[in-house]
Design a protein around this ligand. Structure first.
Ligand code: GDP
Length: 300
């Protein structure tokens, strides 16, 4: 994975410098923590997350906590690994399904974050798990959005509920509500609602998303965030948390050359779990997110 490449190299280098030490002095620990801090900041990890992370690593590395099977350098690596898993959300969190179908999944995020692509990927993944998803085109902002979702649905072999073309701008809240009703009537077990995004956070967009959320009472609200977003991740994620109170995060474009800071900040900043990682433009490029595997990739 190109994302995290530099961070991964920097941390490896830091740990390599520790390897020759028989015993770690407080000065060694401080030096190491300083390098970790710089590597995380250079990877665009949000400052509060970096601070908390490095404080924990330092405290534990200086504590009496010892694992006799590991040398001092390995102990630091283990602590960093455990703390990385913690900021990435700890345990894996799976998608939650409703007791009474259809399960309603609403997508939110900035324009271009990868929502529409993710809708198709999720539909395909759900189908291969035996579910019957229906996509709902409630992004009526961009002229081409409905069409784009139709293309994605076709590629995924999924059903779609879309407003009739030529009906003017239309009411996305009504489309979302009618879409869920259509899925219920036609006995689809999952509904994936694509909503409009803008290039930046905007009050009108947020109100529309909040209105849709209220109207369809979703089981999951997934916030799709582009890993390339860098330091803007914190403000964007907070704005969407306030606006739509999302239940989980989808990290997209993890295949790109982003520095990874968004990925490392968003779960910790919002307290919401990352549920999926999107890793390419093809419909198969979607993985359930595992905090422990991601941490291992970073420390590889
Ligand atoms: P939306 O505006 O949020 O619906 O975003 P789209 O789904 O239209 O995606 C915007 C662009 O990002 C498109 O060109 C997609 O092909 C591309 N894209 C989406 N997800 C990924 C991903 O995981 N990796 C890469 N490399 N490109 C992606």
């Amino acid at each position: 994975m190109a994302t995290f490449g530099t961070l991964s190299d920097r941390l490896t280098e830091t740990f390599r410098n520790l390897r020759t030490k028989g015993k770690l002095t407080p000065a060694d620990v401080d030096g190491t923590v300083r390098e970790i801090r710089r590597a995380l900041l250079d990877a665009d990890v949000a400052l509060p997350v970096v601070k908390e992370f490095t404080a924990k690593v330092r405290e534990r590395a200086l504590s009496d906590e010892v694992n006799k099977a590991l040398n001092p350098a390995q102990q630091v690596v283990q602590i960093v690994n455990e703390e990385l898993i913690a900021i990435l959300g700890g345990q894996q969190r799976r998608l939650q399904f409703a007791k009474n179908p259809p399960t309603v999944i609403m997508l939110a995020g900035l324009q271009g974050s990868g929502k529409t692509t993710f809708a198709g990927k999720l539909a395909k993944m759900l189908e291969s798990d035996g579910h019957t998803p229906m996509l709902v085109a409630a992004d009526l902002q961009r002229p081409n959005a409905v069409n784009q979702l139709q293309v994605v649905a076709e590629r995924a072999g999924a059903a779609i509920y879309a407003p009739e073309p030529g009906n003017g701008v239309g009411d996305p809240v009504k489309v979302a509500r009618d879409g869920v009703e259509a899925a219920r009537r036609q006995q689809y077990d999952t509904v994936i609602i694509d909503t409009a995004g803008r290039l930046g956070v905007d009050a009108e967009l947020m109100k529309q998303a909040a209105d849709i959320r209220r109207a369809v009472d979703p089981d999951e609200v997934l916030f799709v965030i582009d890993a390339m977003i860098g330091q803007d991740a914190v403000n964007t994620a907070k704005a969407f948390q306030e606006g739509v109170d999302f239940t989980g995060v989808v990290l997209s474009k993890l295949d790109g050359d982003a520095r990874g800071g968004a990925a490392l900040s968003v779960a910790s900043i919002t307290g919401r779990p990352i549920i999926f990682a999107s890793t390419g433009e093809n419909l198969d490029d979607l993985e359930p997110f595992h905090p422990d595997r991601m941490a291992s990739r970073i420390l590889d």
